[in-house]
Ligand binder design. Structure first.
Ligand SMILES: NC(=O)C1=CN([C@@H]2O[C@H](COP(=O)(O)OP(=O)(O)OC[C@H]3O[C@@H](n4cnc5c(N)ncnc54)[C@H](O)[C@@H]3O)[C@@H](O)[C@H]2O)[C@@H](O)CC1
Ligand SMILES: [K+]
Length: 189
């Protein structure tokens, strides 16, 4: 499903973020996983994270966002304005200690347009996530995965315990063995 059939990116992103937050509410008990950190990348995968933040806050979770590289497109400016309204803090950097204070980490760093190896500052963020020993879930694809072939022995990627694929699982997730949801426009999560 894409915007060439008439949907706008904004609509699809809202549905993606809503389906992600529904899965989290179902899988991660709010009493145990109250504090959530959402790690947002520079593209639309990061946008899915920004949308999820609002819905998760509505569900009652405490949300913080780390957004190192702000996207200046109007869509993102509007999403950030909404987050201000919801009083959700957005920071551009974080220490390992601060990151470890959360119960659940959402990886919304890269989606299907990721290429190569993660560059600064996202490489360091991915290392910090992996060091945290917290519950981590990925949106669409574990960030750093080669979306065509999956994880390779020497690649740096988010070692999440669950992935929520949007629309369709990407080729690189063919042999994915962890918990796997499918969300988005047509399939209820
Ligand atoms: N139909 C659609 O296209 C929809 C897509 N959605 C989401 O959008 C994602 C795809 O979004 P985008 O195409 O914007 O791209 P991504 O969000 O996958 O990432 C692209 C961004 O990452 C940067 N980047 C790429 N490789 C990098 C590297 N090695 N190191 C550092 N930075 C790197 C690029 O410069 C660009 O800023 C999907 O995976 C999904 O999560 C949803 O919002 C819903 C609708
Ligand atoms: K991701």
């Amino acid at each position: 499903m894409s915007d060439d059939v008439g949907y706008t990116t904004e609509q699809l992103m809202e549905l993606a973020g809503l389906s992600v937050s529904n899965v989290i509410f179902k899988e991660y008990n709010i009493k145990k996983f109250k504090k959530i950190l959402i790690c947002c990348g520079p593209g639309n995968n990061g946008g899915d994270g920004l949308v999820s933040a609002r819905h998760l806050k509505e569900f009652g979770y405490d949300i913080k966002i780390i957004y190192p590289k702000i996207n200046n497109k109007l869509l993102f400016t509007k999403l950030l304005k909404l987050l201000e309204h919801y009083q959700i803090p957005v920071v551009q950097s974080i220490t390992q200690e601060e990151l470890n204070q959360h119960d659940l980490i959402i990886d919304a760093i890269f989606g299907f347009s990721f290429k190569g190896e993660p560059r600064n500052p996202f490489d360091e963020l991915i290392r910090m996530i992996n060091k945290s020993n917290k519950a981590v879930i990925s949106i669409d694809v574990p960030s750093g995965y080669n979306i065509n072939i999956g994880d390779t022995t020497n690649s740096l990627y988010v070692d999440s315990e669950m992935n929520i694929s949007l629309m369709l699982p990407k080729e690189g997730l063919k042999n994915y063995k962890k918990k796997h949801y499918l969300g988005g426009r047509f399939l209820p999560t």
